[in-house]
Write a protein that binds this ligand. Structure first.
Ligand code: NOJ
Length: 549
């Protein structure tokens, strides 16, 4: 339903549940095997019924798809394979009509190598203004045959690629912190800055409510000569913003300028930073004068345990409070192994190595993983702040770890020389119905193969089962709306394997991280992660919500 009296609520994002749509894998209407915007439109009622407050769309812009759309060739249009601007408008209208907000992904660190700016840069001579929007440098060593610095790409190998000049000879090198098809922009260039403002306005003017900012920590780089050495990626980022590539202090000037743009709208547009920094510097991105909110991935990285979860929650709430932001919580997304599978693997498993065994060594205990995932999610939904839900987690989907090598599309696979499988296993198209071959995803053959186990996990099947994960998410989100109050949490003393907190209004959340049942605290159980049957004790690896009696 629209806001009371249709008054815009400037704080809608503070305790919102945001559903991440990875469009290529969500729902396909035209049968080309790739999800599209009309597919998302067709699922709006499903999302409203699920009870989410907003949807975040991963990139749907024109793109050669070298990195699943995070290589954008036109920031102000829709990829023809995914639909049209009119389809996008229909999505916004449909979401708004059901009281849901829409967030789009902004990818400012790099463009696609097919973006007109990069095409122009390649055609231009070294040192020409067209190259200044990117980071071009002469190589080192004899004939410039060595990369200009030791910077490493996230997907493997050097962060520099050499171009060929007009005469067909090896020329300069350009910087790409991700795939070679994703050249990094030079954010000191005024046109780069102003063009992104135009993009922000373009989507806000179409009714978009907020933005997720990709790689928000990498835009400002120390490009002074000679380029500084950077042997590691994000590990041990300094507390003073002195890393040459990541989390530099100057990056905040960019977001202060963006905030001025957001605040020209009513309600002001929201934003959330994907910022990898020292955890103690994350709050800088979330300042009200900047993006307002920053993802924290600490819960996702935390092993399933009362102490680890308790520490992370306390730390993240304190960090968010520093700037008056609200905390964000994430358990799964399109870049990481789905949490059902993570929790089914022994603590300390190297996920990269595990994926290279096709998910067989060790074999995850998926029953346990699902039990823990349901407990962790039920806990997450009770926390003050906003929860980000990744498509398919409401179905309890596991990681698809045995995708055949020839099906893999993540650039990590090729750029790592086939040593790191990458992220395709969490991007397998969603099963909407139990019927093969595409399990309701669409009329064509999906761009990644789905396992037969998706039939029983499909949304249509789970909608008929009161104890399914889908029904648990629905019940939890309905109740959350009713129980939600001030952004406050008080810990209640409990046994070592148990976390117990209470929210204003007497909403208690109790999680038993251990294997053996424990006594339930007093109160009326209104939700249990185990299903609709509530025992008089708190089962192992489960969460309940209680209201005070
Ligand atoms: C972070 C995104 O979440 C990821 O999918 C992408 O590959 C990189 N940024 C590069 O844009």
């Amino acid at each position: 339903m629209p806001d009371a009296l249709d008054q815009p609520d400037p704080d809608w994002w503070r305790q919102a549940v945001v559903y991440q749509i990875y469009p290529r894998s969500f729902a396909d209407t035209d049968g080309d095997g790739v999800g599209d915007i009309p597919g998302a439109v067709s699922k709006i009622d499903y999302l409203a019924d699920l009870g989410v407050d907003a949807v975040w769309l991963s990139p749907f812009y024109p793109s050669p798809m070298a990195d699943g759309g995070y290589d954008v060739s036109d920031y102000r249009d829709v990829h023809p394979q995914l639909g049209t601007l009119a389809d996008f408008d229909a999505l916004v209208t449909g979401a708004h009509a059901r009281g849901m907000k829409v967030i789009v992904d902004i990818v400012p660190n790099h463009t696609s190598d097919e973006h007109p700016w990069f095409v122009e840069a390649l055609a231009a001579a070294p040192g020409s203004p067209a190259r200044d929007r990117y980071i071009f440098r002469d190589g080192l060593g004899e004939n410039g045959s060595q990369p200009p610095s030791d910077w490493i790409s996230h997907f493997g190998g050097s962060a520099w690629t050499r171009v060929t000049d007009a005469a067909g000879r090896p020329g300069q090198w350009y910087c790409h912190l991700f795939a070679p098809q994703q050249p990094d922009l030079d954010w000191r260039h005024p046109e780069v800055r102003s063009d992104f403002i135009t993009t922000l306005r373009f989507w806000a003017d179409r009714g978009v409510d907020g933005y997720r900012v990709d790689v928000a920590h990498a835009l400002a780089k120390d490009l002074s000569e000679p380029l500084r050495s950077k042997p590691d990626l994000e590990d041990d980022l300094p507390l003073d913003g002195s890393d040459p590539l990541y989390d530099r202090n100057e990056v905040h000037e960019i977001y202060q300028e963006w905030r001025q743009v957001f605040d020209t709208y009513d309600p002001p547009r929201s934003a959330v930073a994907e910022a990898v920094s020292h955890p103690a510097r994350r709050a800088l991105y979330a300042r009200p004068t900047e993006l307002g909110q920053a993802f924290n991935f600490s819960l996702m990285k935390a092993p399933f345990g009362a102490r680890t979860f308790g520490e992370v929650i306390t730390f993240c709430l304190a960090e968010a409070a520093k700037t008056g932001s609200s905390s964000t919580w994430v358990l799964s997304n399109h870049d990481d192994i789905r949490h059902v599978t993570r929790y089914g693997l022994p603590a300390g498993t190297s996920y990269e190595a595990w994926l290279m065994t096709e998910g067989t060594d060790p074999v995850p205990d998926l029953a346990r993983g699902l039990r823990r995932a349901r407990a962790a999610t039920t806990l997450m939904f009770a926390l003050p702040g906003s929860s980000y839900v990744y498509q398919g987690e409401e179905l309890g989907l596991p990681e698809v770890a045995d995708l055949p090598a020839e099906a893999l599309q993540d650039p990590t696979w090729t750029d790592s020389g086939h040593t790191v499988k990458g992220r395709d296993g969490c991007r397998v198209p969603i099963p909407w119905a139990p019927t093969p071959p595409a399990y309701g995803f669409g009329p064509g053959r999906p761009w990644l193969p789905q396992p037969a186990t998706f039939a029983a996990l499909s949304a249509a099947v789970q909608a008929q089962e009161p104890d399914s994960t889908l029904e648990l998410y629905r019940r939890a989100l309905q109740l959350r709306r009713r129980l939600q109050g001030a952004e406050q949490l008080d810990w209640v003393a409990s046994e070592p394997d148990v976390l117990h907190f209470v929210r204003p209004g007497g909403w208690h959340c109790v999680t038993n991280f251990g294997d053996v049942p424990v006594a339930l605290p007093p109160g009326q159980v209104v939700l249990s992660s185990t299903g609709t049957t509530v025992a008089d004790e708190l089962a192992g690896e489960s969460t309940v919500w209680l209201t005070s009696v």
